[in-house]
Design a protein around this ligand. Sequence first.
Ligand code: ATP
Length: 313
Amino acid sequence: SNSVLTITMNPSVDISYPLEHLKIDTVNRVKEVSKTAGGKGLNVTRVLKQLDVPVTASGIIGGTIGQYILNQLDEKKVDHAFMKINQESRNCIAILHDGGDQTEILESGPSLTEDDENNFLEHFEEQVSEFSLVTISGSLPQGLSTALYTKMVKVAAKHNVPVILDSSNEALRLALEADVKPFMIKPNQDEIAQLIGKEVEDLDDLKEKLATEEIFQDIPWVVVSLGSKGCFVKHIDKFFKVNIPKIHAINPVGSGDSTVAGLAAGIVKHESPEDVMKRAMTVGILNTLQEKTGFIDINQYKDYFEKVNVVNY
Ligand code: ATP
């Protein structure tokens, strides 16, 4: 199989309220409401689907909000196999107002228990062996241990399934410190600095830190995304800078998730390391060219792919 299992532990319905002006302590009326299935892992899922990679979305979901998300996935013909719970999944509200301001109201979502965690690990273990790769994205809902991603990486490894982990803080740190490590991580520069507790000055400094910091050893791929500057990569014992063309970004939100989808696609298609990196950057760029999050125009793929180049560093 060449199919991918994507994990979203705290999916949401992302509600967008465009308002000319946000008035405080009174009523705001909104006409053009958009409500879409959200969460970083679902962005990865959507982009994989657009890249024609077989994909199944999993994680934990519940309630009528959860059902709304599942209906949206059904409409887009996306396969899903979430563990259901008796609590409502969350709504996340973004108010777009006053010429470019964005005010967000983010629910924390369900509060889970150790039983939920163990049930989910069983659920995950039952499904994982049918896939050739797992992507895990985003943060954990309340109540689950920060070591859950570490445990999932171990379960996947038991079935020889590699994991791309795109998380941050303690959940990421623990996974990197474990005996069984993820196959790939895709931190941005902030997440790197957070992990090692030091600022990164420039690319030479980044290379030095990736080469020497204990936490980055024995992970086959560390892809550090650098926004409009492309990415810097450690693959086994080699280092690469991937340069991307200058473009006019429309909406960069979700570019990191799109990059993860590109990486996953390249890996399950057994592409060369160079092509995996080029594909990931191309998909990231294509996302920034769209208004919608986690959406690409595949017809633009070839043009941009040709403008991405990988250099040894
Ligand atoms: P997010 O959290 O918004 O999903 P991120 O910080 O995880 O993003 P970025 O490094 O911002 O990830 O972006 C990932 C990739 O998307 C970049 O490596 C690049 O290929 C593309 N990208 C992002 N922003 C731009 C931009 N302004 N111009 C061109 N490409 C971009």
